[in-house]
Every structure is written in C-alpha cells, then in structure tokens.
Design a protein around this ligand. Sequence first.
Ligand SMILES: [Zn+2]
Length: 485
Amino acid sequence: MSKSAIVQWLDEQAPLFYGVARQIWERPELAYTESFAASLQMKVLQEAGFAVRPQVGGVATAFVAEYSVGDGGSGGSGGGPKIGVLGEFDALPGLSQQAGNAERCAVVPGGPGHGCGHNLLGTAGVAAVMALKERMAAEGLPGTIRYYGCPAEEVLAGKTFMAREGVFHDLDCAVSWHPGYMNSTINDRNAALTSVEFHFRGKTAHAGGSPHLGRSALDAVELMNVGANYMREHVVDGSRIQYVITNGGMAPNIVPDEASVWYFLRGFDRDHVDGLYAWLLKIAQGAALMTETQVSWQLRAGCYDTLPNAAMGDLMLAQAEVAGPLLYSEEDYHLAQELVATLDAGSRNGARRRLADLGANPDDVLAEGFFRGPFGNRNGGSTDLADISWIVPVGQVGIACAPVGVANHTWQATASYGSPLGMKGMLHAAKIMALSGYDLLHNQDGIIENAKDEFTRLRNGKTYVCALPADVQPPASVPVTVPAG
Ligand SMILES: [Zn+2]
C-alpha cells in the first residue's frame, strides 16, 4: 500500500530530519537573516533531486524547491496537479532557552530562540516533499510538488513578498502546519494586518536655553498617538490598534529632531485594515502639521485575513489515522509535566478549557486526539500565510509538539521545540502533509475541485491584490545562493 510506504519512509529517515530541525534550533536566526536555515534546507533538497530557486520575491533567504513528474521528463513543470508545501524557519528575539530544560535557562542570555517552533515547521515541509518525491518517482505519478522556503513570518511579510512575485499563482492547492500543544485542523480566520513605521523629523535645540528654536519630533509622535487613541472610539469592533515608540530621542536636554513610532493595525479583512490605515495616515500628517515637523512612513507588512478551507482541512484530518499514533516516551511525559508545572493557572486553565470545548480529555498531559478545528473562528493574531490562502486553497493542521498549556512565543515553547517531544510532532506533521499531498496528486474523490469550489465561494468575488506596493522592498540582507552540487 503506497500510503504506508510514505509513513515507513519518513520513519526510516527520521534521524535526517531530526538533525536538520535540531541544527536550525541551535542556530536561531531572526526574520530576513535566516541564511543558515535556508542554506541547510536548500542543500538537503538539492541533494534529494529538487530544482532549487533562491532569493525569491527579492527576499535574500526565500527559496522554492520543485520536483516534477510528467511532460516527458523535460525537467520543466510537468502535467498533473501542482501542490505546494509551505515552510517557515525564523526565530524570535529574547526566547533563547535550553532544550528539554524546565527551568528558565537561556543558551545565550537575551538571544533569539525558536519559541514558535519554526525549526520544526520548515523541516517537516522538507520531509513531506521528499517523501512525496519518492512515491512520485516509484509510481510515475504525474504532477509537480514544491517546497516554499518562506522566511520572515514573525514580521508577517516573507510570503507577501513571494506572493507579489506570483510564485504561488499556478498551484492547485497548498498545505502547511504549525507546532502547538494539540492536534487539530486549523480553520481559523486570522486578522488582516498592516505594519507601518512613522518617522518624524524636527530640529534640535538646547531644550533649556533655546527651546523656541527647536521643533520636537517626539511631540509629533506623542500627538500622533493621542490622535490614534481618539480614533479608537470610532472604529468597528474587532479593530486592533497597537504601537511602540521605536525612537523617542536621545536626552531630555536636546529637543529630539528624530522620533519614530511603529504601528500594527488589525481587522477582519483587507478592506477593514485599509480603512484604518487611510485614517492613521491623516493623523500622522496632522501631527506633523501641528508640530512643524515632517513625516514619512515605511510599510513593513500588509497581510490578509486567512480564508479557511474545510475541504482541505478534512483531507488532512483523514490522514491522522493513516499516519499512525503519535507516541511519546517516559522522558517526554516527564518533561511535559515539569514544563506544565512552570505555567500560571491562567495559561493552564485556558488551554484545558479549549481542549474541553473540542471534546478532549484535558487531563492528558499531551493531547493525543485529533480534532476538527472550529470553522471560521476569529483569531486576533495574524499570519502572512493568509495571503496564500487568498491565492489558492490552503489546508493547515496544528500538531502537538509541546505540553498542553505551553503557548507559542514563550521560553517553555523553545524548550519543547528543541527536544525529542517536538521532533516527534514534527515527523507526524510531515506524514500528514505528505499523505495529503499524495491524495491531492491523485485528486482523490475530486478533492481539488471541491477545495477550489469552496475557495471561490468564500472569496465572494474578491481577488488577491498584494497590499505591499512595488516600491516597498524587504530589508537588504546577505543573499543565500544554492549550495554547489
Ligand atoms: Zn509561528
């Protein structure tokens, strides 16, 4: 049976993928600087026979790896379905933590860490396409599979730059996953977002001796924030307006000639956020006018709300049984219990409630069931995966790689995602994505048409227009090239 061959191949190759995920975990890299993670994945995929294209979408660390069967083996994209697997691999600042250690203990104090498990996320995608390639080659199964190496998810922009270049547009559908503390399909509707930083320029002066000669850029930032806080009352429910002052001047006795503030605007969909953004620009200009300063701004990200796809979710859910049980060792349970003991009651109880809502037994230290995630649930967080979900139908699962209650973006998550507990979840995710890809390549029960019908219905006549104009470029960093073969 071909599907059991996929599971078996992944079990046999587990040490290779555990090694890749662990190496990426040990070298955590922040958004746009993931050159080690990108090179390592590119090398593994190239050695496995994939054609690798680096620096996609103008992002130094973005790449696409492709394998095709069909079209007489011409090397180009073959006939049959085109299936994408989306991977991420950036880390988070300040979340350095020793693997498998339930006491707060950074590897590098203040350093970055994989507290969102993207070391597992990307590696599972690499494993899934490699397992699929084995079956395609063995069966002469026509189609194209692509692994998308998507950097800079934590700043919500990597996939948007890649999408702007059109690299997802010819896919039939795509699958992805995210590490978490339970096994479920992810059918949430994440918030759309605009990330923008405003820079004000004024004039320095001696703040004590000749303040009348200065024009304070910090005053402009403060007045802008006051304006935004008054805007809050008149926006529709579900809007989110968040800011941090990224530059507030150097010293109180110098009138600051430069000051900056970074905003996140979130809402139900792109139109909602575009409306907030248009208003915020007026507030920024008003603040500049009031303070006789100049303002400029820099768009950092603009992503969509996520379009869930039940057909794709159910396809992935159906693979859970074929993938076999997710088995943990005594040591895994021991670590889980120790980590859970470090959580406050709010985190623990919130997670238990969520599991109980899904019909699971919250007393299990790790969630072993596989649940259908509630469809269209509004989720205040954002992801650049949402852009892809407006281009092609996307299926997503969450897989338990951490104990119940350990939330992403915490040191406990970093500890879990570098340990065998996380690795096992990653292999399970790879199996589910590869098995789903296999059914998609066969277009089992017309799954591709079903997913596309639902996708078209939910888009409701709207099409994807990238929210980042052509002149918005990703930050420059060292380009990663394909390793010499
Ligand atoms: Zn993440």
